[in-house]
Write a protein that binds this ligand. Structure first.
Ligand SMILES: Nc1ncnc2c1ncn2[C@@H]1O[C@H](COP(=O)(O)OP(=O)(O)OP(=O)(O)O)[C@@H](O)[C@H]1O
Length: 264
């Protein structure tokens, strides 16, 4: 099977500030890549490049061997830490809307049988994420965990091949997080999706991923912190030597974090 995604010598710079440098990565369909790294080292920027919201400053991003489209498409869905749902729409409308804008690009609305079908599909998706009982509620009436379930349903309704998760459970209590882990693993196994998920919790990264990517700055300049960017310093197939690696990575990431903090 060929690669789904290829990242070749990718750099990302904003003005004179280098955020990411020399990224190289090949990902096959169905992998679950978890991403960890210090705050501000460019993890979200990397996801935004995969989404098509940002282009690389240098280098190449290939999807199915072809240049990554320069804008977000239905093949890539994203869930952020919070606030990614529409507050003025019911749960069902939030998810139906995703289908309406995909299927009726001009009006952004469906009518008659097409609308009924879209609502049925949305309701089935919501049942899959455990919100079948809350279709008519509004986001403000949902708990944090339920809002993230809604955001996931919203991303999955367009049947993306790649799901991008930017710290989706960072704001949730530990018990709710465990439920969300089970949900994401279930959806991933059932759908064959390829997932990239940023987390600040290394244990979560090991628990969920098939592969752990650590973003870090291999070169540091105390006088000019933005002179060098972060890159992928560890790319680990998960399933071996985890306790030892966990300590090692934690140590490396904490060290860089201290450096970045001190040089600010
Ligand atoms: N549009 C932009 N213009 C200029 N600088 C930007 C832009 N987007 C991001 N940056 C900078 O790029 C760097 C990386 O940001 P990014 O959000 O990707 O980091 P992160 O690793 O996801 O951080 P966190 O873990 O805190 O969310 C930061 O220094 C940020 O200020």
């Amino acid at each position: 099977m060929g690669a789904l995604l290829e990242v070749k010598q990718v750099w990302k710079e904003y003005g004179s500030s280098i955020v990411l440098e020399k990224l190289n990565l090949t990902v096959k369909e169905g992998e679950f890549c978890t991403i960890v790294g210090t705050s501000g080292c460019g993890k979200t920027t990397f996801l935004r490049m995969l989404l098509g919201q940002e282009g690389p400053s240098r280098g190449t991003l290939l999807l199915d061997g072809k240049p990554m489209p320069a804008e977000p498409g239905p093949d890539r869905g994203i869930v952020f830490q919070r606030y990614s749902v529409f507050p003025h729409m019911s749960v069902l409308d939030n998810v139906t809307f995703g289908l309406e804008v995909t299927r009726s690009r001009l009006l952004g609305r469906l009518f008659g049988g097409a609308r009924r079908k879209a609502r049925e599909e949305a309701a089935a998706m919501l049942a899959q994420v455990g919100l079948g009982h809350a279709l008519e509620r509004y986001p403000s009436e949902l708990s944090g965990g339920m809002q993230q379930r809604l955001a996931i349903a919203q991303a999955l309704i367009k049947k993306p091949r790649i799901l991008l998760l930017d710290e989706p459970f960072g704001a949730l209590d530990p018990g709710i997080r465990a439920d969300m882990h089970a949900l994401v693993l279930k959806l991933w196994k059932e759908s064959g999706l390829t997932i990239f998920m940023i987390t600040h919790d290394l244990k979560e990264g090991f628990k969920l991923g098939t592969r752990l990517l650590v973003f870090d700055k291999p070169r540091l300049d105390a006088q000019a912190p933005n002179r060098y960017g972060a890159t992928i310093t560890y790319d680990l197939a998960i399933g071996r030597d985890e306790p030892a690696l966990l300590d090692e990575i934690q140590g490396a990431v904490t060290e860089t974090s201290r450096f970045i903090h001190d040089s600010r």
